[in-house]
Design a binder for this molecule. Structure first.
Ligand code: MG
Length: 317
């Protein structure tokens, strides 16, 4: 009988042969455990997690991330064709050299209030952004910042702009999406002037037509044009259960931000096991670890703590 080590070694050799021969690795295997032994966990990182630390030595920092086990990146810090003052093509080359694939990028339009008179300017902005990201092979452009949404009507305008951004992205072979914080889970009313956060904010008899902003966004954006990157931590901070949203909107929530109060798993307030169960069940396209809440200078250690948590968690495949 083979011991475990030899078994793993033999399986690896077989798999390599399978890959080289262009065949399915699992063609002649019957146990699903083989998959978990061979396939490395595909874990992404939102680079915002590292703040300015990343830029002290960008090529070196990217290599560190790769060594930790991260394989994909989501950019942050886009401005005028650059990522925090680094040319996008240069950033892309350095990531590639480190063995990292940039699959997504967070980008905010230059204005927060969307009106009939600035819609065209916003569309032009997305055209440029889509071209520049298509050039470096990024698939997702995700808006991480909440535009002004103080009323039902403002949310409708925002959704029109999102649909147009989605159309533009799609025409260049990309996918447009939206990333939440906590205030998207507040409510707005028709003709309103403010967002109402928390279940009690509008009392027991809210005006007719009251709606949760995020729900209205899901309703008014075109499923063919706009996906949602659910930040599970901010959903919890918005007083909702991210798992319930994933259950309710399996075809709309297509990316996740895996985030906790600080290093993943330490607060005990996030049900990552359940979140990952839904992630796999819904065949969600990817996730990015995001870290906040650690002191400056500790970010690399923090993102290492995050990936170590995911690597040792049996519910992450
Ligand atoms: Mg996030």
């Amino acid at each position: 009988m083979q011991n475990r080590r030899n078994f793993i070694k033999n399986v690896s050799a077989f798999s390599l042969g399978g890959i080289l021969a262009g065949k399915s690795v699992l063609a002649n295997t019957t146990t699903s455990s083989v998959i978990s032994i061979n396939a490395p966990k595909k874990i992404g990182l939102q680079i915002y997690s590292l703040g300015k630390e990343l830029y002290k030595d960008l090529p070196g920092g990217l290599k560190q991330l790769s060594q930790m086990g991260y394989s994909t990146l989501e950019l942050a810090g886009y401005k005028d064709g650059k990522i925090s003052d680094v040319e996008m093509s240069e950033f892309h080359k350095m990531a590639e050299d480190a063995g990292l694939k940039i699959t997504s990028s967070h980008v905010n339009p230059p204005v927060r209030e969307y009106t009939a008179s600035n819609k065209e300017m916003i569309a032009d902005f997305w055209k440029r952004v889509a071209d520049e990201h298509a050039n470096i092979g990024v698939k997702y452009i995700i808006q991480p910042g909440q535009p002004q949404t103080r009323s039902i009507e403002e949310v409708s305008t925002v959704c029109e702009v999102f649909n147009e951004a989605g159309e533009i992205a799609k025409s260049k072979g990309l996918v447009f999406g939206y990333h939440n914080h906590e205030m998207e889970f507040s409510r707005v009313i028709p003709g309103g002037k403010q967002m109402y956060f928390g279940r009690q904010a509008l009392g027991n008899n809210p005006p007719e037509g009251t709606e949760v902003i995020y729900d209205r966004m899901l309703k008014l954006t075109d499923p063919e044009l706009v996906i949602f990157e659910l930040d599970v931590y901010w959903a919890v901070m918005g007083q909702v259960d991210p798992v319930e949203y994933m259950k309710k909107y399996p075809s709309r929530i297509r990316l996740l931000h895996i985030k906790d109060k600080a290093v993943l798993g330490e607060s005990g307030m996030m049900n990552f096991e359940k979140i990952f169960e839904l992630y796999y069940r819904n065949n969600i396209q990817g996730y990015f670890v995001e870290l906040e809440g650690v002191s400056s200078g500790m970010q690399f250690e923090g993102v290492k703590g995050c990936i170590d948590y995911l690597l040792r968690s049996p519910f992450v495949k």
